[in-house]
Design a protein around this ligand. Sequence first.
Ligand SMILES: *Cc1c(COP(=O)(O)O)cnc(C)c1O
Length: 388
Amino acid sequence: MTALMPTYARSELAFERGDGSFLYTADGSAYLDYATGIAVNALGHGHPHLVATLKAQADKLWHVSNLYTIPEGERLAQRLTELCFADKVFFTNSGAEALEGSFKTARRYQSATGNPQRWRIISVTGAFHGRTLATLSATNNAKHLDGFGPRVDGFDQVPFGNTNALRAAITEETAGVVIEPIQGEGGLTAADENYLKALRATCDEFGLMLIFDEVQCGMGRSGKLFAHQWAGIEPDIMALAKGIGGGFPLGAFLASETAAQGMTPGTHGSTYGGNPLAVAVGNAVLDVMTEPGFLEQVQSTAAVLETALLALKERHSDKIDAIRGMGLIRGLRFADALPAGDMVLALRKERVLSVPAGDNVLRVLPPLTTSAAEIDLFCAALDRLLSA
Ligand SMILES: *Cc1c(COP(=O)(O)O)cnc(C)c1O
């Protein structure tokens, strides 16, 4: 019997160590990890640079609070702003907190610029923004909300991909729009470039903050450091987590100077956010991701994966409806008769790890450092299952 609250349908499988793309149980069985802790272990397990950085920091200093300057946090924030639209960064411990901070930043921007009546946020169907009360409300998934009382007020939702519906939902009270450029939990649907451009134009027209939730699709997963960079437009605010710490709990919300103007002293805080251990590892992750050629390598690995997945779909067109996502955040949408959750369990018996998503999708989330040989292993296992 476990003393843990039974909120997860946990597998009995327990891992003792990890190395690269593989996890090992105590008896030494190797599992190919194409779930990566749900898009977290972006550089695989036991990456030498990350391990060395964490060990060195552990010997020096763990925690001081945000009452003092944390040089590694200053450095990580500066580097992040040089890599995207943002001018200001706030570090969090998780994705949901990064979204909460993003919503607060959007509201404060409106209030600081003379529009305190603008406080509502519009999200899209199929979204996932976290499990806190406000992010549950933005997500608006009936299953996640059941039994928790009414949704937190201040969140409206429109159909994904429909700019007209969005325009119709904007009121005098709207502060901003939040969207994942590539939906994760919802089923790996990527927002196309024209839709993202239309969202940017609509937010500009109505004076709204555009918030991108790149908690899952950011940090190199799409083949660019941030997924929205494929569309050539910029948000006002962006939430990050998961891959940014490579497995150490770290998140962030980022904003342009303009968008951040309401976030003055005392408006937000976090005891642990950006603590020395977390930001040291964050810098180490960024060291690797900004090495010349790293993202090009992700893109060429992604091309190998795409070819392999399309070949699988060709061979099993009765069972695979669609290949979704982009880069190394991909999804296989199975025919309704073949539940994605069953496929995850079957793959586990083949010692391959993946994770289901909404809309009967199996998520393919390899480490960004995976190889063509490992992609072969993954696809061969799927091929065996689909042929059986
Ligand atoms: C995982 C996720 C979150 C929530 O992150 P937590 O760290 O679990 O709070 C928010 N948005 C997206 C897109 C995610 O994938």
